[in-house]
Ligand binder design. Sequence first.
Ligand SMILES: CC(C)(COP(=O)(O)OP(=O)(O)OC[C@H]1O[C@@H](n2cnc3c(N)ncnc32)[C@H](O)[C@@H]1OP(=O)(O)O)[C@@H](O)C(=O)NCCC(=O)NCCS
Length: 182
Amino acid sequence: MQPIETERLVIRTLGLDDWPEVFAYAADPEVMKFIPEKPYTPEATMAFAADNPVVDGLPSKFAVTLKPDGRLIGTLTLHLINSRFRCREIGWVFHPAYHGQGYAGEAALALLRHAFAEGNIRRVVATCDPRNTASWRIMEGLGFRREGHFLRDVRLADGGWHDEYFYAILDEEWAARVGGGK
Ligand SMILES: CC(C)(COP(=O)(O)OP(=O)(O)OC[C@H]1O[C@@H](n2cnc3c(N)ncnc32)[C@H](O)[C@@H]1OP(=O)(O)O)[C@@H](O)C(=O)NCCC(=O)NCCS
């Protein structure tokens, strides 16, 4: 995939070489507290960065880098969860030094623009813990609809069972939103 440029960012395919920059934040329990996976070990980070299947020309994982120096500040995922129904799930994890500056929203908007235009996608879903306000605000800002509130269905690193919001957006909703989906 050709890198996608926004005003401040370049979004490109994630690869194994990116693992140390991902590890710099994915090992942080605070960053991972709403994510069902445990904070990453070096081995888990390498496996995450290396496993990046491309389907319909679209990778599953993306590095989000800052324009001036190419520094990796976060990752976006767009996993294929059902090929027959052309459905993917989007996710975002960013380095805490770069939170609260609109980077995740900016990156996700650009990726979805590209993915709906080029990636043979009908529906994109997204989930998060209801306490993760930054995450569901991004979903709503992008036009995702809240389709459900699941009760105590996810086990987090604290060992407890927690609720989950479920959001989705269809290709026609995206097209109506951004004007033709391009
Ligand atoms: C979720 C995450 C990617 C958001 O990244 P970000 O770059 O800080 O997000 P943005 O700056 O684009 O902000 C998104 C929205 O959340 C709001 N927001 C940001 N941080 C917030 C916070 N701590 N509390 C409440 N709202 C917050 C912003 O105001 C913005 O809302 P708006 O568009 O309505 O103004 C980032 O916090 C993160 O990496 N968290 C740890 C990993 C994680 O939980 N990933 C999601 C799993 S579902």
